[in-house]
Design a protein around this ligand. Structure first.
Ligand SMILES: [Zn+2]
Length: 119
């Protein structure tokens, strides 16, 4: 068996059954580098999962005259208290919410976050 054979078999037969979520956002170093090795596909899978992960987030906006909750699903506002209902209506992204609140000098705090793997 060649190095490629071993890596291909690993990718086809072993990797699909491995939970690599603990490696998310990390680097994996191996003395095989720069030759191909199974570490390459392990870390690639971990990074794919990071992209594919669906994140549900509950945040609270604190303004001088109100406190309002919003729910983001995969970085888009899907629920919002009536006073900030325009964020839901406009399907604001997390960055939009953060920038807007920053301009208004409102505070946004994430109070709860759940990560789900797709599929
Ligand atoms: Zn290696």
């Amino acid at each position: 068996m060649t190095r490629d054979d071993v890596c291909n078999r690993f990718e086809a037969e072993v990797l699909p059954h491995l939970d690599v979520s603990a490696l998310r956002g990390k680097d994996l170093l191996c003395h095989c580098a720069p030759k191909r090795c199974h570490c390459d596909s392990i870390i690639a899978k971990a990074n794919r999962n990071e992209v594919a992960a669906m994140i549900e987030m509950l945040a609270v906006i604190d303004a001088p005259h109100f406190h309002a909750g919003i729910v983001l699903w995969n970085d888009t506002v899907i629920e919002a208290a009536p006073i900030v209902g325009y964020m839901k209506k406009g399907k604001w992204s997390r960055d939009q919410v953060r920038d807007y609140c920053k301009r208004k000098a409102w505070t946004v705090s994430v109070v709860h976050q759940i990560e789900r793997e797709r599929g």
